[in-house]
Design a protein around this ligand. Structure first.
Ligand code: SF4
Ligand code: SF4
Length: 340
């Protein structure tokens, strides 16, 4: 039997590449998502909200997510077939605002027909599970086995005023189904929403949930490289800029241009972008920095970043910094600036 590896260009690899290309067109969401508000790591939630670490998934994972989404329509159809009045699903999902940047989209609302309480309105949450995850769910219930899902439903209930949610889980391996009615816990929901508001307004990088690289949460986290290796964002946008300030009304304000920054603009930023000091590994020279430019010490060389310095992208790419200027810096302790 041949020991040659699979050819690189296969049907599956083409499909996966197709999904990976499509995913590149997706912009990170501008709000602080309720779907992840129960995540155990403050730092991860902040990095995600500040568009500092972009999530990259391979084609197989992207197809898996699609499968989960497709399952929603199937479950809704089944619930309707047995007499539930399910609305606000699919393209008509309701966006729930919990204040400031905190918001999310519910899978649906069941207005009537849940067997145990036919007249009670329920928030609908649908999730697919692997076999292991499904077994744990059956044993422990959603609050213990899937705290993020539980948190999501709590926030939706609190923000909509509904008192109950119906959690519907499907096992991807064998189509087993599990349902659980969840009761609103107002204190828990309030704490979660406050957490989302606090983190979205936070201007500094929060501490990590662990400093042990064998921590399971960290090992599965897209910020692993940031936390344990580079300490460096690779993203240049308004939310990684030191001049941007999130405000309570759910907008970002630019201190440099003294104006609100519209969301589409935030994705690109401007030439005056200065890398947030918590998102780079280099020490900042406070004395040499000024209000609109930061001077970072990169390999011992002061490098100016901002409107009168090198663009952030150049710093992140590791230069090139002008050699002549570098020599000046080395021998005269000068600052490196761009010459145009
Ligand atoms: S790697 Fe760990 S500490 Fe860092 S953001 Fe992810 S979960 Fe948090
Ligand atoms: S200076 Fe430019 S990149 Fe920075 S926040 Fe303002 S508009 Fe965005």
């Amino acid at each position: 039997m041949s020991k040659l590896p699979e050819p690189r260009d296969t049907i599956v690899s083409r499909i996966d590449r197709h999904h990976e290309e499509l995913a590149k067109l997706n912009k990170p969401r501008p709000y602080f998502g309720i779907s992840s508000i129960g995540h155990e790591c403050d730092r991860w939630l902040w990095l995600q909200f500040r568009w500092a670490v972009t999530q990259h998934f391979n084609g197989r994972m992207l197809r898996l997510f699609r499968r989960g989404q497709n399952e929603e329509a199937v479950v809704v159809s089944d619930l309707r077939e047995i007499g539930m009045d399910v609305r606000e699903t699919g393209d008509h999902q309701r966006t729930v605002y919990a204040g400031g940047f905190v918001e999310g989209n519910m899978d649906g609302v069941i207005y009537s027909g849940v067997i145990e309480a036919p007249k009670t309105i329920h928030v609908l949450e649908i999730k697919t599970h692997s076999s292991n995850s499904f077994n744990k769910l059956e044993k422990e219930g959603v609050r213990i086995s899937k705290p993020m899902h539980y948190a999501q439903m709590q926030c939706y209930m609190r923000a909509t005023g509904y008192q109950r949610a119906l959690y519907v889980a499907v096992c991807k391996d064998d189509d087993r189904m599990y349902t659980e009615r969840v009761r609103l816990d107002p204190d828990h929901a309030d704490k979660l929403i406050l957490r989302g508001k606090r983190l979205s307004l936070e201007n500094r990088l929060p501490p990590p949930c662990s400093t042990d690289s064998s921590c399971l949460t960290c090992m599965g986290c897209q910020a692993f490289d940031f936390c344990y290796n580079t300490k460096k964002t690779m993203e240049v946008n308004c939310r990684t800029c030191a001049h941007a300030t999130p405000r309570k009304d759910g907008t970002f304000y630019c201190e440099k241009w003294q104006d609100n920054i519209p969301v589409p603009y935030q994705y690109e930023g401007c030439q005056s972008h200065v890398l947030h000091p918590d998102l780079v590994p280099w020490p900042i020279d406070q004395d040499a920095s000024d209000r609109w430019n930061a001077v970072y010490l990169i390999d011992g060389r002061p490098v100016k970043n901002g409107e009168k310095g090198y663009p952030s992208k150049t710093l992140l790419d590791g230069g090139p910094f002008d050699d002549v200027v570098g020599l000046v810096c080395k021998y005269f302790n000068g600052m490196v600036i761009s010459w145009n």
